[in-house]
Design a protein around this ligand. Structure first.
Ligand code: SF4
Length: 502
């Protein structure tokens, strides 16, 4: 199946009757005005993977002659890059899509495209709910979007969804590398790099394997070439993205994962000073990866290791493939090997059938793990997942809300304790820019991924991407505060082109 890139292609020509009456599309090659290039606006929902997909999509549209704009209302092409992982993301998306109906009707030359996870899963529903959409594309053919938009301008609405990713080695897979290199990145000094698409696991609550397909790793040489090019453009920090980065390369070698080797290879790229990655799966966190983290100074001393639950029966029902004891053992091994390691996690409250005992075990494991912070979620069923069918074991909202408060208290206690332990230290930060709430305050991020607010001397603007030393003077649950000691390195990037997120 994987060797045949054309199998599984659904190409649907949507009836013109479904679109607004009597509208022809202006030619996309010349634009509506010969002197003005067509503009695009991308609205992104969901995770970092989606945000980076939008950067690659922006690069493909720019290569096709379009120009990005922050103003959705005036854009000639509006693309929604959708998410179905979080419940609110799809509600928000359909709201935005509905709001554009009148605008689309008043501007016959405008085009609307919908891509990403929700498009992959919900294709018929999008057609039903939004006849004003011109193009629907899935997670595996993002780079086809410019061509689909061009074809839709003359042929009418189109939908193209591939059932599976195009394997590397297929001619069209080369598009992935081209798209990665051409991506219009949100930040000039830090970049996401997708190392792997899809997931081979089957966690009961997760829709990712259904919408992103099986794991497909990008070749090491392509990734090193991409990071080298990013460094040449002034990027000093990369975040390696995958659904399960620890199993990176398993599909290439058929033997052992290559993630440790990849960390070392990326660390050897001149100019790269910080490497982050997300997310590793606890069951696949092997000693070689911990060793590579410890041996590669560019790898940040931060590990995001999703626990999800501290109860073994619940972990089994979730199909996570580890026990709480195994999780804690691996965490201890990572903390022993990597100096001054910060650990963050994801936790789900109220998975179907979670008893009070199960939940208390989660509180105990969270307390023992001493997390620096945690993303805590109340279970919400995603249609199409195994957990969504466990209706008879769903918990009442009153129970999950109360448990969530108790869990937050435990996590925030350890976060505050760990943050207070930083007071008095000198931390190296990468400057992000003025604080959103208080522009006179500058924010930066430590290697442990902690946000630090500090005040620069009056009138001094420190460019984002600079490296600086900050003396930490105070700590809160979600950030540190401090005083600037000195700026140690200025950024070397040149251009910044924003891509908006929803
Ligand atoms: Fe989903 Fe589990 Fe794969 Fe993560 S590891 S993407 S939770 S199936």
């Amino acid at each position: 199946m994987r060797g045949d890139a054309t199998r599984g292609l659904i190409l649907v020509r949507v009836s013109m009757d479904a679109v607004t009456s009597g509208t022809g599309h202006a030619p996309v090659d010349g634009g509506t005005d010969a002197a003005r290039p067509r503009t695009f606006h991308i609205r992104t929902f969901g995770c970092q993977m989606n945000e980076h997909d939008s950067e690659r999509l922006a690069g493909a549209l720019v290569a096709d002659g379009l120009v990005g704009t922050d103003d959705m209302e005036s854009a000639d092409v509006v693309v929604f890059n959708t998410c179905c992982i979080r419940e609110n993301a799809d509600n928000k998306f359909y709201g935005h899509l509905g709001n554009l109906k009148a605008l689309r009707e008043s501007r016959p030359d405008m085009q609307i495209a919908v891509g990403g996870c929700l498009a992959q899963m919900d294709k018929e529903k999008i057609q039903e709910r939004a006849g004003h959409v011109d193009v629907v594309f899935g997670t595996h053919n993002l780079t086809s979007a410019p061509e689909l938009l061009r074809r839709a301008a003359t042929d009418g609405p189109l939908m193209e969804i591939l059932d599976e990713p195009v394997p590397f080695g297929e001619p069209t897979a080369a598009d992935q590398q081209t798209a990665a290199l051409a991506a219009v990145r949100d930040l000039p000094y830090a970049a996401w790099v997708t190392i792997q698409m899809g997931c081979d696991n089957s966690c009961a609550y997760c829709i990712v394997p259904a919408v992103r397909g099986p794991e497909v790793s990008r070749p090491v040489d392509d990734l090193v070439a991409e990071v080298t090019e990013l460094s040449r453009r002034g990027v000093t920090e990369v975040t390696l993205l995958g659904q399960n980065v620890n199993s990176y390369g398993r599909d290439i070698t058929r033997r052992s994962p290559l993630f440790g080797d990849l960390l070392r290879a990326v660390g050897a790229v001149e100019g790269i000073r910080r490497i982050r990655f997300t997310s590793p799966h606890p069951k696949d966190l092997r000693p070689e990866v911990i060793e590579a983290m410890a041996d590669t100074p560019e790898v940040c001393n931060h590990l995001h290791l999703p626990l999800q639950s501290g109860s073994d029966p619940i972990l089994a029902a979730m199909r996570r493939g580890y026990t709480a004891e195994r999780y804690l053992d691996r965490l201890a091994a990572a903390r022993d090997a990597v100096d001054d390691l910060a650990v963050t996690t994801d936790l789900i409250v109220g998975f179907p059938g979670e008893s009070e005992d199960d939940f208390e075990r989660t509180l105990e494991v969270a307390a023992e793990a001493e997390f620096d912070s945690a993303y805590t979620f109340v279970f919400s069923p995603r249609p199409g997942t195994r957990a969504a069918s466990m209706v008879d074991r769903f918990l009442p909202v009153s129970v999950t809300a109360e448990r969530m408060e108790r869990l937050r208290a435990v996590v925030e206690r350890s976060a505050l304790r760990r943050h207070r332990a930083r007071v008095g230290r000198i931390e190296e930060v990468v400057v992000e820019g003025p604080s959103k709430r208080e522009p006179s305050v500058t924010t930066g991020r430590t290697g442990q991924n902690k946000l630090v607010h500090f005040v620069a001397p009056a009138g001094r603007v420190i460019p984002s991407g600079s490296f600086a030393l900050v003396a930490v003077t105070d700590a809160a649950r979600h950030h540190l505060t401090g005083d600037l000691v000195e700026v140690t390195a200025r950024p070397s990037y040149r251009v910044r082109i924003p891509v908006s997120a929803g």
